[in-house]
Design a protein around this ligand. Structure first.
Ligand code: NAG
Ligand code: NAG
Ligand code: NAG
Ligand code: NAG
Ligand code: NAG
Ligand code: NAG
Ligand code: NAG
Ligand code: NAG
Ligand code: NAG
Ligand code: NAG
Ligand code: NAG
Ligand code: NAG
Length: 849
């Protein structure tokens, strides 16, 4: 409306010059012709583009939507951004718009190529085709639009090379070609574009070197080349770019040393060269970059010491050196970086202590030093970091006591110290950390009793992991109503007493692992009401009593891993549980079934925890990915028969009832456990024949019927052809393959068969390699890691090639338009990290298929 008014006003006041003008008409005709080629011609936005019969032919099309004319009624600008145009440029009569200076078609549905006729627009200053579906190559003719100052081709499907003729656009200030499918080399000729200020070619498939000629573009302020396939070194000439504020080339294949000359870029605010193949050390010259706020070199092959001179970078907000081969100590001088908020040093070869001076960095929000060789006492000065939210120290060699000053860090959300040698009691002051969400002190040398506050000090606590320490005494019974705890792992300590009834208040608990302690008392029946519980591990305690007296109609609705092995449970097997474990009753391996528990959002990190379990071994990883449903009641004193209701657990994969006093036969209903991979009934008092029906269990790869009183012939066919002698030994009455005793022969061969696992089958690894605890531990972490930004990302190495692909896709999916350079880059950088987190799940997702 406003535009219309303005145009009318212009026309009125300048009427003398336009009285007989009909010069606009060809342009009007051209627009009408173009309109008829649209798929959605009835697009209401362009309803003003209509037949001249009913219009003032003098002013048309200047009064039309999106059209702007000069005083002479020549069409100067077509601004049709976000106008739902759906068509191509093939019917656009470029020759009718020779006066055009601005063509803005941003964010429409235009497809096809750029016709070479675009050269008619020789006065064009501004061309924006971004956010469409343009495809094909960028025509070399675009190099004839020599007045162009702004060229935006981003977010399309352009392929092929950037034409060398682009170098003729010497007035170009702003160039975006990002987020296309451009391959080929960045043309040398770009070095002629001396007026360039902003360049973004990120998110393509550009290969080859960064042309040294770019070093002549002295007006350049931002250069984004990230997420391509560029190789070779950073040309030292880029050091001449003294106006450059942002240099972002992360996620390429760049190599060589970081040139000293980069220290000349005195305007530089952001230097992101992470995820490449740079070698050598960090040049000390970088400490001249006085305005630098982000220095990110993560995931390269950089080595040497961290230069102490970096203390001069007093604007620095983020320092990311993670995933390299840096060695030596963390320089104490870094303590002078008073604005630093993020310090990422994880996955290097750093040694020595954390310097006391780090306590001076009072802006610090995140410290990651995971997976180094750091040692000694964690400094008490950490308590000065009152803004600290994430303190991630695991997989080092820290020793000494845990500093009680940590209590001053009231904003602390993640504290992970697992796999170190820290000793002594957990300081009582931990109870002041009211924001804590993850407390992982597992695998250290902590001792003493657990602080009573542990159950209720932080209403945000989601993971409490104290496994593999020397804690003794009782489990605190202080859990608050409505607490957030998802994972409680106290495995492998010396805890005593009974399982506190208080845990019933942990309604969100997904993992409860109290295995390998000295707990006494009876089975905590009330845990069967915890609605989210998926993993229950009580193995290796001294728990007693029967399990067969639950009246709960829906016990353990989500139980997938139940490990009660090595206790003193007695009585009959829990038939009520067998009847009602809903989560073990998925029909088959369909995607809808519980086998895919990790697919819903609340457990979206399911696969990740499995990575944690196996640390590196691909084979084990894949094995564990299918170990969703397991029941281990072995090494107890259970009696009686295996109830027929066991047949209901149709998605159970591993069943171990060995070393009990079970009697009766093998229920024929076991044939309904269609996913069963492993069945261990050994060392019981069971009798009868091995049902032929078990031959239909096609996944069964490990069975153990040994040390019972089974009789008759061993079934032949199906998986039974693959089991060895040791599956049957100690059953006098069995005969047939693979035993030497053939059926019908009265002589009983009682020569003992040595126990030897000659089964090299892939799946036997389950028994050799890892235990339920391992699986459960994995669950414990993963279940809540969805919120642990960066927590996973530094925890494991991932196959690089998968990440490349995944990251590329993720970036494509999540585009953000953020205005100012600083903000944008910080956001990019942070988003980048965050993505690295979610990608872990993607990676595993990829692998699970
Ligand atoms: C067309 O518009 C011009 C400028 O507003 C005006 O001078 C002229 O009288 C109009 N002609 C008709 C036929 O309405
Ligand atoms: C086109 O219009 C949009 C929306 O009014 C505006 O944001 C954009 O700057 C305009 N483009 C030009 C080249 O004037
Ligand atoms: C544009 O046209 C194509 C082809 O008919 C159609 O698939 C697409 O949905 C249309 N887009 C809009 C926004 O109408
Ligand atoms: C434009 O660029 C091409 C390729 O670089 C070159 O061959 C041609 O001479 C240039 N044309 C003009 C007019 O500068
Ligand atoms: C650069 O391109 C990427 C990918 O399209 C985009 O996400 C980012 O916002 C762009 N940045 C600038 C400053 O143009
Ligand atoms: C660079 O920028 C300055 C100041 O904006 C301007 O005067 C100059 O023309 C630009 N181009 C070159 C080639 O320096
Ligand atoms: C990237 O470049 C390397 C060689 O430098 C090549 O082996 C690889 O296939 C390229 N990747 C893509 C996605 O183009
Ligand atoms: C640009 O950088 C290169 C290499 O650092 C240097 O040799 C050259 O003299 C510089 N040119 C200018 C104009 O500063
Ligand atoms: C860095 O800190 C040390 C003390 O830790 C101090 O002596 C030195 O002057 C500081 N350097 C700068 C550049 O502030
Ligand atoms: C920092 O921590 C140390 C050790 O806890 C303490 O002695 C010092 O006074 C603290 N400094 C400040 C500024 O709080
Ligand atoms: C403990 O950390 C060291 C690195 O310090 C690592 O090599 C080792 O694998 C870790 N152990 C476990 C069980 O994660
Ligand atoms: C935690 O529970 C204990 C015992 O019930 C109680 O004395 C204490 O006040 C509770 N603390 C908080 C922070 O609620």
């Amino acid at each position: 409306m406003g535009l219309l008014f303005v145009l009318l006003t212009i026309s009125i006041f300048s009427s003398p010059s336009v009285t007989t003008s009909s010069s606009s008409k060809p342009e009007a005709e051209a627009l009408l012709k173009w309109k008829t080629s649209f798929i959605n011609q009835n697009n209401p936005l362009i309803s003003s583009w209509s037949s001249l019969i009913h219009q003032n032919t003098t002013t048309a099309p200047c009064t039309w939507y999106g059209v702007r004319c000069d005083d002479g009624l020549n069409v100067k600008q077509l601004n049709l951004s976000s106008s739902r145009l759906n068509g191509t440029l093939n019917y656009f009569m470029f020759s009718s718009f020779t006066s055009l200076t601005h063509l803005d078609l941003k964010t429409n549905d235009i497809s096809g190529g750029i016709p070479p006729e675009i050269t008619y627009l020789s006065k064009l200053l501004f061309l924006d085709l971004s956010g469409n579906h343009f495809s094909g190559t960028i025509p070399p003719e675009i190099g004839l639009l020599t007045s162009l100052e702004t060229l935006r081709l981003n977010q399309n499907q352009f392929s092929g090379s950037i034409p060398a003729s682009l170098g003729n656009l010497t007035k170009l200030v702003y160039l975006r070609a990002d987020d296309n499918k451009l391959s080929g080399y960045i043309p040398q000729e770009m070095g002629k574009l001396v007026n360039l200020v902003n360049v973004n070619i990120s998110f393509n498939f550009q290969k080859g070197p960064i042309p040294a000629t770019l070093g002549t573009l002295t007006n350049l302020s931002t250069l984004y080349l990230y997420q391509n396939n560029l190789s070779g070194p950073i040309p030292p000439s880029l050091g001449n770019l003294t106006s450059l504020t942002i240099l972002s080339v992360y996620m390429n294949e760049l190599s060589g040393r970081i040139p000293d000359d980069l220290g000349k870029m005195k305007s530089l605010i952001v230097l992101m060269i992470g995820h490449n193949k740079f070698t050598g050390s960090i040049p000390a010259s970088l400490s001249n970059l006085a305005k630098l706020e982000i220095l990110d070199v993560h995931e390269n092959l950089l080595s040497g010491f961290i230069p102490p001179q970096l203390e001069k970078l007093d604007s620095l907000i983020e320092l990311s050196f993670s995933h390299n081969e840096f060695s030596g100590q963390i320089p104490a001088s870094l303590g002078n970086l008073s604005k630093l908020e993020q310090l990422y040093l994880n996955d290097n070869l750093l040694t020595g202590f954390i310097p006391e001076e780090l306590g001076n960095m009072n802006s610090l929000v995140e410290i990651y030093v995971v997976e180094n060789r750091l040692q000694g006492q964690i400094p008490y000065s950490i308590g000065n970091l009152t803004n600290l939210e994430i303190f991630v120290l695991h997989d080092n060699q820290f020793s000494g006591f845990f500093p009680e000053t940590i209590s001053h860090c009231e904003k602390l959300r993640y504290l992970t110290l697992s796999n170190n040698s820290v000793m002594g009691p957990v300081p009582q002051s931990v109870c002041n950390l009211k924001s804590l969400q993850i407390l992982d002190l597992g695998n250290n040398r902590f001792s003493g009793v657990l602080p009573q506050c542990l159950g209720n000090f932080s209403s945000n606590l989601q993971v409490l992991d104290l496994r593999l320490n020397g804690f003794r005494g009782n489990i605190p019974a202080t859990f608050d109503q409505n607490n957030d705890l998802r994972s409680l792992n106290l495995n492998s300590n010396r805890l005593q007493g009974s399982v506190p009834w208080d845990l019933i208040k942990c309604r969100k608990l997904e993992v409860l692992d109290l295995g390998n302690n000295m707990l006494t008392g009876t089975f905590p029946h009330w845990v069967d009401t915890l609605p989210e519980l998926q993993v229950l591990v009580l193995r290796g305690n001294k728990l007693k009593g029967t399990l067969d007296n639950s009246n709960n109609k829906t016990p353990f609705p989500k139980m997938r891993i139940l490990d009660l092995s090595s206790n003193e449970f007695s009585g009959n097997l829990p038939k009520n549980y067998f009847k009602n474990f809903k989560a073990m009753m998925g029909v088959n391996g369909d995607s809808s079934g519980p086998l895919y528990m990790g697919r819903n959002s609340s457990m979206s990190m399911y696969q990740d925890k499995l990575v944690l379990v196996v640390k590196g071994s691909r084979r084990e990883l894949e094995r564990i990915l299918v170990v969703y449903t397991t029941m281990d009641l072995s090494v107890n004193k259970f009696q009686g028969k295996i109830p027929d209701t066991i047949g209901r657990l149709s998605s159970l994969r591993f069943l171990n009832l060995s070393h009990n006093s079970l009697t009766g036969g093998i229920p024929i209903h076991l044939r309904d456990l269609r996913m069963l991979e492993s069945l261990d009934l050994s060392s019981n008092k069971m009798v009868g024949k091995i049902p032929l029906e078990l031959r239909t269990l096609t996944f069964l790869s490990v069975v153990n019927f040994s040390q019972n009183q089974f009789q008759g012939s061993i079934p032949e066919g199906g998986q039974f052809n693959t089991f060895g002698n040791n599956s049957y030994e100690g059953n006098m009455g069995l005969c047939g393959f693979p035993l030497t005793k053939s059926c019908g022969d009265d002589e009983v061969s009682s020569s003992p068969i040595p126990i030897e696992d000659d089964d090299d089958d892939d799946d036997s690894g389950f028994f050799n390699g890892f235990t339920w605890e391992a699986v459960a531990l994995g669950y414990g972490f993963g279940s809540v890691i969805g919120l642990g930004i960066g927590w996973l990302m530094f925890h494991y190495g991932r196959p690089r090639w998968v990440i490349m692909i995944v990251e590329r896709e993720r970036f494509r999916q999540e585009r953000k338009a953020i205005k100012t350079p600083q903000v944008e880059v910080s956001a990019t950088s942070r988003a980048f990290r965050r993505k690295k987190l979610s990608q872990v799940s993607d990676v595993n997702f990829t692998m699970s298929f």
